[in-house]
Design a protein. Structure first.
Lengths: 580, 453
């Protein structure tokens, strides 16, 4: 933690001796980032022809750095848009009484919907919006990543808004802050920590979708964007194992690199927004952040931006103060509520009727039954995955979590594993399945588990690490044997964390089923029976109606299970097994 | 009087609350009355204290004066203008300080000026002045978490005073601080107020500390609860600076004590014909705490002066009063003015062995604690002597907020468990009648301690 800088006013840049090294590095870093952005933007605005668009990319290793940079740019573009969206959506949901009634359930459902299924649907929209440049396909890819990250972040920000301490809210109102000031002085700082941490988790998950979205097949056409994901797809198609391994190495470097230069400093910096007296035992540290803090360049930039901020503050003054009117016309409010409800319900009913009519015309409503049947098959896979994942990773996670030494060592590795896109490994597993002749119906479980299982491990480690030492000492003192210790201490103590991990793992597995139930290596394609394969197949055929049916049914499965199963477990854990 | 204006005949009214009532809609239907027909006027040149036990709605009243909460009925005006939003002439100091943890002391103090659109240079100067005045210089770039509670509240004061508000509203500003720090800060507030060029014209402080009220206020409004109303208005005419040791000071404290603990004609509890769980909520007291109180009174020879007792234990009234109320409800103590007397039952309870004392407590709880009696009665009338806690929750919801309902239920369960009247299984949420209670119910059925219907 940097000491509070003395109140220095104008002379801060003059005290820069000794920080020169830091300044040079920061400046060089900024310059490199700008240069990279310019280089990359050339590729994006290149002319583009829908018919001639490449369906594959070159697997020449020399292209790999450029591809990796393009992929990275997509990730950060999506992150930026997600953050912006989270600000707007969450604020609207938290501050507008009527909007909340619609926005919140929507958010709740979209959080658990398989976004991969939507890819093809959105692509045609983006192609229409940006005809003639690669920007359309680029946007579709960014959009795919965006949809995978944004709900989590939005929900986190919304949560922070509605759980804002009451006294801070009152202080903001009594001080008569404008809406703009309140947003930047209270809402955003208060939500920074959850936003950053959720952003980091979602970013890790986003890699998975990046890989899946760089080669989009729709209407029997395949579009490939230059990127590390399309590189893997091409290498897999060409059976180039060496290049696949190379891509994996680059990917690992990317994950660790982004963590080092971006997330680590960001999470360490976000600590300043922690409210209350709670000083975390383990201070987040970051070399990059220390470097930035030692340099005066951030201070200079801040100073340069201050007039802009002041200008915005003035310009947004007409938006009014962040206060609620005390006098409310109840009759008018009620009339408005009724009108609003009628309109919303009407629109939903109308949309539903039209959708069913469309589906009935194009595929027949019996497809819902087909999809539901296939959904049960995929559900069985998810279930097996969860059980196996629990049996394997809960003991391992508890072992790691109980030993601070092992935790320190293992936590970063697990973090990398969790954000490493599992679909990079798919070609190898596919190859293995082809060689051994094991059906994808069983192998699919392994493919789905490659990405999903880490969430269980990750959360169990955190849960085990949080078991108070005195409880462990008490267990030893009472001479509980191994079984008793698990029954009365470890089990109850990590249950809530396991549930959290389980929800995430199950959601991830459902999503992964769309890419895991149809896989190919070289010219051989394996297909499993399941809802994921159903969605993937209908997307490739350009059968929009069946895609819609598949995605809808999968959403119902995920949301239904969350409601009926996971939430109850979580509620039980909160009520009965809370350590506090 | 520190300020000559205070005694002037025609004093300017700054904030007027007229016939203000406030009720909150609770989850399922019935409303919760927090304030009932309260009228308050804050004049130029006076310090007003709102004194009351917890649950008397004093904080709610302060927030309606600040324009943070809309009254359900009645009107609040600032200089004659009805409020529709945060009061433009008031600044507020919070019990919890309410500083933005991510802003430095300087930025926190500047925040209100920023909102008012004061240009940067002027903003900085005024903030530095305020920081100086309140004794925070050197801490401008510190973050709140680096400061002690006392220093944080200084920032809270600086943030409010830099706006030069007409009225300074304070919500128990010293109650989160230790005794010495709060005494020190109180003293500084008094000396600020005594300065002739102090821009703030009126201070209104919410407190549950009687001595604090007497120390600071020109006028004390005592609030009664259930629902909150003004029970008494007591002018404090002591000359400043005030001396805690003077007999007149003690007199004022004793008087307020008597009012605070005394009978209350206007509360629902006194008006109700038969005490029930809704009109007579259980005071928030643990059996252990009760035993401690009785032990002390016993060791004082069965009679104790409550303000002295609170002082002796360095308790706030808020901590002591629920215990006293519970002891009175169970007839362990009798209170006259500010004096508490141990009753025969109380002596019996305290001196008996553990089994006998549990028996005594069980009898007293069934006879005099309405909610415990209701639970026992309902359990007795149910098949098998068992009922889900949700049953009682629904009952309590008619008169309490969700939070208070849980509190009431918790207290009743704790009392009942101690008296071995019933058992409670937290897993199933089931209350089961015990054998002791079965015998006691006969006694209950004769008496007429009914459900508050």
């Amino acid at each position: 933690m940097a000491l509070p800088r003395p109140f220095a006013g104008q002379d801060a840049p003059l005290r820069s001796r000794g920080h020169l090294g830091a300044d040079m590095i920061v400046l060089a870093g900024v310059a490199v980032i700008f240069w990279l952005l310019i280089q990359l933007s050339h590729g994006i605005t290149e002319p583009f022809d829908q018919v001639l668009a490449p369906s594959t990319v070159s697997t020449d290793p020399a292209n790999l750095p450029y591809y990796a940079a393009r992929s990275l740019l997509r990730m950060f573009a999506a992150l930026a848009v997600s953050t912006l969206f989270a600000f707007v959506y969450a604020t609207a949901a938290a501050r507008l009484r009527r909007a909340e009634k619609v926005l919140l359930p929507t958010l709740d459902v979209l959080q658990s919907v398989p976004v991969l299924g939507f890819l093809s649907i959105t692509l045609s929209v983006w192609l229409l919006l940006f005809p003639g440049t690669a920007l359309g396909v680029e946007c579709a890819a960014v959009f795919a990543i965006f949809t995978s990250q944004v709900w989590n972040m939005t929900f986190a920000f919304y949560q922070s808004l509605i759980t804002q301490p009451r006294d801070l809210d009152e202080a903001a109102r009594v001080l008569r802050l404008t809406k703009w000031q309140r947003f930047w002085k209270l809402d955003v700082p208060g939500g920074t920590i959850p936003l950053v941490w959720n952003g980091m988790m979602s970013f890790g998950g986003g890699w998975f979708f990046l890989i899946a979205s760089e080669v989009i097949s729709v209407n029997n056409r395949v579009y490939a964007l230059p990127g590390i994901g399309s590189y893997v797809a091409a290498a897999s198609q060409n059976k180039q194992i060496g290049r696949l391994l190379l891509a994996i190495a680059v990917m690992i470097v990317l994950v660790i690199g982004v963590n080092f230069v971006f997330w680590r400093p960001l999470t360490a910096w976000a600590e300043r927004f922690r409210s209350g007296d709670t000083v975390t035992v383990e201070q987040q540290r970051s070399i990059v952040l220390d470097l930035l803090r030692r340099s005066v360049i951030p201070a200079i930039i801040t100073r340069a931006l201050r007039p802009v901020a002041a200008c915005l503050e003035r310009a947004t003054r007409p938006l009014g103060r962040a206060d609620r009117p005390l006098r409310i016309n109840h009759a008018r409010r009620r009339a408005g509520d009724i009108a609003f409800t009628v309109i919303v319900c009407g629109l939903i009913a109308f949309g539903l009727v039209r959708m069913l009519a469309y589906l009935g015309e194009h595929t027949g409503l019996d497809q819902f039954a087909v999809a539901a049947g296939l959904g049960l098959v995929t559900f069985a896979r998810v279930l097996v995955l969860l059980i196996l994942g629990t049996l394997i990773w809960v003991p391992v996670g508890v072992w790691i979590g109980l030993s601070p030494k092992v935790t320190r060592f293992a936590q970063p590795i697990v973090q990398v594993l969790a954000s490493f896109p599992a679909n990079f490994l798919f070609p190898f597993v596919t190859l293995l399945l082809i060689q051994t002749g094991i059906s994808l119906n069983i192998g699919g479980i392994l493919l789905m588990a490659l990405g999903a299982q880490w969430y269980i491990l990750f959360n169990v480690i955190a849960g085990a690490a949080a078991i108070p030492n005195d409880l462990r000492e008490a267990a030893i003192n009472l001479r509980l044997n191994r079984v008793q210790t698990w029954r009365y201490l470890y089990g109850p103590a990590i249950f809530a964390s396991w549930v959290t991990g389980g929800i995430t793992a199950a959601g991830g597995a459902w999503n992964a089923s769309i890419v895991a139930e149809v896989v190919s290596y070289g010219d051989q394609t394996l297909t499993a029976t399941g809802l994921g394969a159903y969605i993937a197949g209908s997307t490739a055929d350009g059968d929009f109606a069946r895609t819609l049916v598949g995605v809808t049914v999968m959403s119902i499965f995920v949301v239904g299970l969350n409601r009926l199963f996971w939430r109850r477990l979580y509620g039980y854990a909160e009520r009965r097994l809370s350590l506090t | 009087m520190a300020r000559p204006t205070a005694s002037a005949p025609a004093r300017t009214a700054l904030i007027e609350a007229e016939h203000v009532s406030k009720s909150f809609p609770s989850a399922d239907g019935p409303v919760l009355h927090v304030l009932d027909d309260v009228s308050v006027t804050l004049h130029e040149g006076e310090v007003v204290a709102l004194l009351g036990k917890s649950g008397s709605g004093k904080s709610t009243l302060l927030r309606t004066l600040a324009g943070l909460i809309a009254p359900s009925d009645g009107e609040v005006r600032y200089r004659g203008m009805p409020l529709d939003g945060a009061n433009p002439g008031a600044a507020m100091v919070f019990q919890s300080f309410a500083l933005m943890p991510w802003l430095t002391v300087q930025d926190n103090v500047e925040l209100g000026l920023r909102a008012a659109g004061v240009p940067e240079k002027q903003r900085r100067e005024r903030a530095l002045d305020a920081i100086d005045q309140i004794g925070l210089d050197g801490f401008e770039t510190a973050y709140p978490r680096e400061l002690s509670g006392g220093m944080r509240q200084r920032v809270g004061f600086a943030r409010a005073l830099v706006l030069q508000p007409d009225v300074l509203l304070m919500d128990e500003p010293f109650s989160a601080l230790d005794v010495l720090t709060s005494e020190n800060l109180r003293g500084e507030l008094i000396s600020l107020w005594a300065q002739p060029d102090f821009p703030t014209k009126c201070i209104c402080i919410v407190t549950h500390d009687i001595e604090e009220a007497v120390l600071l206020a020109d006028r004390v409004l005592v609030l009664g609860s259930g629902p909150g109303h003004i029970k008494a208005e007591v002018p404090i005419l002591l000359p400043r600076p005030r001396d805690r040791r003077s007999p007149t000071f003690d007199q004022a404290v004793d008087r307020l004590y008597a009012i605070l603990t005394g009978r209350d004609e206007r509360s629902d509890a006194e008006r109700a014909a038969t005490p029930g769980p809704l009109t007579h909520p259980l005071p928030d007291a643990s059996v252990g705490g009760l035993a401690g109180l009785i032990e002390i009174v016993y060791s004082h020879g069965g009679q104790a002066d409550l303000p002295d007792l609170a002082d002796e234990l360095s308790f706030h009234v808020d901590d002591l009063l629920p215990l006293v109320d519970a002891a009175r409800m169970l007839r362990l103590l009798e209170v006259e003015g500010a004096q508490a007397f141990l009753t025969d039952v109380g002596r019996d309870w305290y001196t008996a062995d553990i089994l006998r004392s549990k028996e005594v407590f069980a009898t007293l709880a069934v006879e005099h604690a309405p909610l415990v009696a209701t639970i026992i009665k309902a359990l007795h009338n149910s098949d098998g002597g068992a009922l889900r806690d949700d049953f009682f929750r629904d009952l309590l919801h008619r008169g309490f907020s969700a939070e208070d309902t849980e509190k009431q239920l918790d207290i009743a369960i704790a009392w009942g468990r101690y008296g071995e009247l019933f058992d409670y299984d937290a897993n199933t949420g089931e209350l089961v009648l015990s054998e002791v209670a079965a015998a006691l119910t006969a006694l209950l059925m004769d008496g007429d301690t009914g459900v508050g219907s």
